[in-house]
Design a protein around this ligand. Structure first.
Ligand SMILES: NC(=O)c1ccc[n+]([C@@H]2O[C@H](COP(=O)([O-])OP(=O)(O)OC[C@H]3O[C@@H](n4cnc5c(N)ncnc54)[C@H](OP(=O)(O)O)[C@@H]3O)[C@@H](O)[C@H]2O)c1
Length: 325
């Protein structure tokens, strides 16, 4: 495993370049079922710890608290080996509510300290002054280590940091070969200032594994609503998947591993792929050791730029049709 070393004041935290996303744990959105939630998820976490993963990402909203509970139980006595990140969904972003919600998350996780507490989405109506007041209080009493945000523009990330009065260390955003907008300003900012971008959906929810195609599409709630999995878009992704396969062959790796290696090629990025099995977790962790050459990195980027999926309003009738069929 490779790590980012982050100076967290009293000590240096080691954040694994490949972490583990746990939206899948106990969530109906992914539909992995009861035995995944009760058994497989725990085995995935324990194996991740054995392989040197430190970054574990969850949220109060995942499975309405189930993900936090499953993750906390699975980590158990290995608390010191983990860098635990969870998120508050800022429906009522005022300081006392933030404080109560952090306590509830810590209780579900079974910990005394949340290493990274993130604001899940920018609240469209309320600016971040009140939420950051709550965050400051949580840091003061030691319940929260670092503060982060998610789905924030650069402007709002900086404003949140000004409101907190100390670093808002991370911004968790969608970043993959098919979602490259963080390259515009978030990555340069993070790289030049010591901040960190946490890449979610780094495998485009499994699209970049090359496992899905027109006649074999995933059927769970999350992906049925994701335009990337429309039959037309799966077809359009063929060239990108072929390039992933070609680079994968040169590294004796899989397309999914190359997609992850591409994301963490940028120095301030860590990725948090989810996993539906222990084998996937092991494969994702191994991707941390793959070093792409500059030519491979650019060839993948060029293929990604040529991928032109149907999105936005044009995708809506197709999504309805695909759902019915
Ligand atoms: N902050 C936010 O707003 C936000 C939003 C979304 C996600 N997240 C976080 O980011 C994490 C990851 O994002 P995500 O779950 O949306 O997408 P992802 O990590 O891109 O995709 C995960 C899915 O890809 C497949 N997969 C994983 N490893 C694989 C491998 N080695 N080979 C082949 N297929 C593999 C699995 O699905 P199948 O096996 O079923 O194909 C898995 O469930 C989440 O768990 C969550 O913690 C945050």
């Amino acid at each position: 495993m490779r790590y980012l070393s982050i100076d967290t004041g009293p000590e240096t935290a080691k954040i694994s370049r490949i972490g583990l996303g746990t939206w899948q744990f106990g969530s109906r959105d992914w539909g992995y079922g009861q035995s995944y939630a009760e058994q497989e998820a725990r085995v995935i976490v324990r194996r991740a710890l054995e392989l040197g993963v430190t970054l574990f990402d969850t949220a109060e909203i995942y499975g309405f608290g189930r993900s936090e509970r499953i993750l906390g139980e699975a980590i158990g006595g290995n608390r010191e080996s983990a860098f635990l990140a969870t998120k508050i969904f800022p429906v009522l972003p005022v300081a006392p509510v933030v404080e109560q919600r952090a306590v509830a998350s810590a209780n579900r996780l079974g910990v005394r300290r949340i290493d990274l507490y993130q604001v899940h989405q920018p609240n469209p109506l309320v600016r971040d002054g009140t939420i950051m007041r709550g965050m400051r209080a949580l840091q003061r009493v030691g319940l929260v280590g670092e503060v982060g945000v998610s789905n924030y523009s650069l402007e709002r990330w900086r404003a949140a940091e000004a409101a907190l009065g100390s670093p808002v260390l991370t911004n968790q955003v969608q970043y993959s070969l098919v979602a490259r907008s963080p390259e515009r300003d978030l990555l340069p900012f993070a790289e030049s200032t010591g901040h960190v971008v946490i890449a979610y959906s780094p495998l485009a929810q499994g699209l970049l594994s090359g496992r899905y195609h027109r006649d074999s599409r995933p059927t769970n709630r999350v992906r049925i609503a994701n335009p990337l999995f429309l039959p037309e878009n799966l077809e359009r992704a063929d060239e990108l998947i072929t390039t992933l396969r070609e680079v994968a062959e040169a590294h004796a790796a899989t397309p999914a591993q190359i997609a992850l290696a591409w994301v963490i090629h940028r120095p301030a990025v860590v990725a948090i792929p989810g996993a539906s099995s222990v084998e996937q977790l092991e494969s994702n962790v191994a991707a941390a050791s793959i070093e792409l050459t500059e030519d491979q990195y650019q060839a993948l980027k060029a293929a990604a730029i040529r991928f032109n999926p149907i999105t936005g309003p044009q995708a809506v009738p197709r999504l309805i049709r695909a759902r019915i069929s």
